[in-house]
Design a binder for this molecule. Structure first.
Ligand code: SR1
Ligand code: MG
Length: 433
């Protein structure tokens, strides 16, 4: 036996500790070559700070890799919340698919082991998690171009605009089993923040009244339920499914999208809204990280430009793909022939983008609310040590998100969203005084 991969006893699922991982990787010749040196000299450390998985960084004399292993439960909560290991399969499938559609914008997969729910990937170095960079006030000049390309290419090329009906349905079937991860989203984003749920939390006592108001607000309950239904019943494209700024790694020269374990065929606006909602939170949290008033003003101006750039560049690239690569069964060319047909199709493309923008605004708002009133919070706010200052940023975000969700049709441009964000940044909640 030359490799542990060929030894059936080694292929059963077990949670890997650092020493087990060393032995396991030592049995994989391509990985040994990539790392270099003797396995006994490799440094291995578990660095996972996400909500679900183990993540190891492994470094040898020649190079490094990242290894991700799914745990059979939600790491954030513990063994009382079991979660299928199959998510590692869907993540692997999505990474391979995204690498084809958006080359160089996701980490390269080096090895995948289904039974161990483990994937070894290219080590992204010196990249950092974008959320941490934004908290530090760092600007990323490549980000708008990279994320808009990622969104336009992964969404367009997995949609009915680019695929035949048969191809699209095969894709849908391949990801249909990832329903346990969808259920997390259905509960944690679209339901729990609006009802009494054991795991909800918020910054007490400052947000007590707002949390209670959200639980009683039937207009909001209708709006979030419409979004939930759209999430559950709109298989428009293969979406990443968890595209927050903690799922993006950046340097000043490049950006990579990681962690697509929530991938499934869903509404495109959920991914675009995730990016924009998380940028809005970074913008409104920024004041909580300043050491003197106005210290981060130019960074904040860049954040607003970035929010505008994400939508406008995505929209431009998506439309360009639709005009040049529409080989799918949606909008048959034969129905839009001649000059009049071409003009009508172009008008329809614009109408499609307007509807997608409405979805994006609504999903952005849902993403903001869940991070402030639900189970899983984000460090943009959590790292503001002074609880009152944190609550001020959170209250502003909730106020903006509520308006975006209830009045989505009044936001017809991304400029209207950034204008509202700029205005709410100066609003003082009652408890601030
Ligand atoms: C219980 S998992 C909580 C959250 O972590 C992931 O990153 C997803 O956003 C999920 O909703
Ligand atoms: Mg994740």
């Amino acid at each position: 036996m030359t490799s542990q991969e060929q030894d059936p006893s080694q292929r059963k699922y077990r949670i890997l500790r650092e020493t087990d991982l060393r032995d396991y990787l030592a049995g994989l010749p391509p990985i040994v070559a990539q790392l270099g040196g003797s396995p006994t000299d490799w440094s291995i450390s578990e660095v996972g700070d996400g909500n679900l998985n183990l993540v190891f960084l492994v470094k040898g004399s020649h190079g490094g890799i990242a290894v991700k292993q799914a745990l059979p439960y939600v790491r954030l909560v513990g063994e009382s919340w079991p979660l299928p290991l199959s998510r590692a399969h869907y993540e692997h499938l999505a990474l391979v698919h995204q690498a084809r559609l958006a080359p160089k914008l996701v980490p390269a997969v080096l090895h995948h082991d289904g039974p161990l729910a483990l994937t070894a990937m290219e080590l992204l170095e010196p990249h950092i998690i974008m959320r941490k960079g934004l908290i530090a006030g760092t600007r990323y000049p490549r980000f708008v171009d990279d994320i808009s390309t990622f969104l336009a290419q992964t969404l367009f090329f997995s949609s009915d605009l680019a695929l035949t009906a048969a191809e699209k349905k095969q894709g849908l079937a391949a990801f249909a089993g990832n329903h346990a991860l969808c259920k997390i989203t259905e509960d944690l984003i679209f339901t729990d923040p609006y009802r009494v749920a054991e795991q909800n939390r918020w910054t007490v006592p400052y947000l007590d009244a707002t949390a209670a108001a959200f639980r009683e607000d039937l207009d909001l309950h209708v709006a979030i339920s419409r979004l939930k239904l759209k999430f559950m019943a709109s298989p428009e494209a293969l979406i990443h499914g968890d595209l927050h700024t903690g799922s993006i790694m950046v340097t000043d020269r490049e950006s990579r999208v990681i962690d697509p374990e929530f991938a499934f065929y869903g509404p495109m606006g959920f991914d675009i809204g995730a990016v924009i909602g998380n940028l809005i939170m970074a913008y409104l949290a920024s004041t909580g990280h300043e050491r003197s008033p106005g210290e981060r003003a130019s960074f904040e101006a860049w954040m607003l430009e970035t929010i505008e750039g994400v939508w406008s560049e995505f929209s431009r690239k998506f439309l360009a793909l639709w005009r040049s690569e529409a080989k799918g069964d949606g909008y048959p060319q034969s129905l839009f022939s001649g000059e009049a047909g071409a003009a009508r199709l172009e008008a329809e493309r614009q109408a499609y983008m307007a509807r997608l923008f409405q979805d994006t605004v609504g999903f952005s708002a849902a993403k903001i609310i869940r991070r402030i009133l639900g189970l899983a919070h984000n460090i943009d706010f959590e790292w503001i040590a002074d609880e009152k200052r944190r609550a001020i940023s959170e209250a502003r975000s909730l106020k903006l998100a509520r308006t975006m969700m209830l009045e989505a049709p009044s936001f017809t441009t991304i400029g209207a969203v950034t204008k509202a964000a700029r205005e709410v940044r100066n609003w003082q909640p009652d408890f601030a005084g």
